[in-house]
Design a protein around this ligand. Sequence first.
Ligand SMILES: *Cc1c(COP(=O)(O)O)cnc(C)c1O
Length: 423
Amino acid sequence: MASSLRILPRTTSRILTRHLAPSTTQCLRSQRRHATNLQAPDAADPKLRQIDVSALKIQQTSTPKDITPNDQLVFGRAFTDHMMSLEWTATDGWLPPRITPYQNLSLDPATCVLHYAFEAFEGMKAYKDAQGTVRLFRPDKNMARMNKSAARIALPTFDGAAFIDLIKRFCRLEERFIPSTKGYSLYIRPNIIGTQRTLGVGPPGSALLYTIASPVGPYYPTGFKAISLEATTYAVRAWPGGVGASKLGANYAPCIVPQMQAAGRGFHQNLWLFEDLDPETGKKEDFVTEVGTMNLFACVQGKDGVKELVTAPLDGTILEGVVRDSILELARERLVPEGWKVSERRFHMRELAEAASEGRLLEVFGSGTAAVVAPVRSIGYQGSLVGCGLPEGSEVGEITKRMKDWIEGIQYGEEDHPWSVKV
Ligand SMILES: *Cc1c(COP(=O)(O)O)cnc(C)c1O
């Protein structure tokens, strides 16, 4: 791999001119000022985005791996036989795609990704339906998000439709690794890194977009298990104008210590908050953002009796989840006719705690590609526990369960739906 990585010096002078760091008080007061699609000036040059799918070269492995039995699958531990790689240079754009045996990368110690975290990734899955057809779930969403993430850190963008074609080719080649039992799938991890060899801080003149895949089992192999969250009040994951809304590797390492601290106090995950002024009261509140690597939903019955499915808005404090978007769309289509209100709005811990104490907090759940949904039993906040509406002995609420069934029904082709894309 090393010798084939073409590292070019920067050939174009690209200067990031925008200021990214307004003071915290500015952040709090006005979100409007923050560009949501900030990118390097030439990141979207059409010529540099093109991928020639027809130029794909496949080098098959001569040592095929054994298939791991379903009951021994561990998330992200075992990988398929091959990987798919595309190199990019600022002068030539995307070079011909290659599928090769899965292998180590070899990078010069001065490569920019290793120093300044020029890295963005995606997480998506391939599912096998009852007829044995392989399917992707809303892959266009992952492509759009990856392009947004890459552009934000001056990495090159790419033609998403062409890359989906390549992912399909890759899935077909690795088909024997995709388990055929419902709940199982092939986790696909596209990763883009800056490969320029320099300690100078600037836009990388070369990049590598590679994809690996790992067969995975259901998040809850023995049925739902509701989790407990600790609301983190001493650290912040994301803020308006920051990069927490992009799937950048740099966002994940800083989350581990708060996660470990929550675990040390007996919680499964930590819940990220964002302290801000409540425009209605002028008081500071801890707004709920998301949990670990999942978005968060709450089902709250209003004082007027109306049931509301609520999640945080896309204001820079959360990652724009594909499952989050799917839940919102399905809820608008299928729950609103049942009298539900569906809201993307800020909500804070005091609101949740008050609803809980009045018996109006019906359900809380996380959402993401790994688990689809994860029911939440309780949230530890400022020394007390907020109960999230699950009766004792029950591990999942009705809406949480229905959402999982709807989404999995689409992913596994049981419900015919445009979101499910045949490979
Ligand atoms: C990936 C991710 C999610 C979930 O996104 P999906 O597209 O629904 O899988 C949520 N939060 C964070 C921080 C993430 O990295």
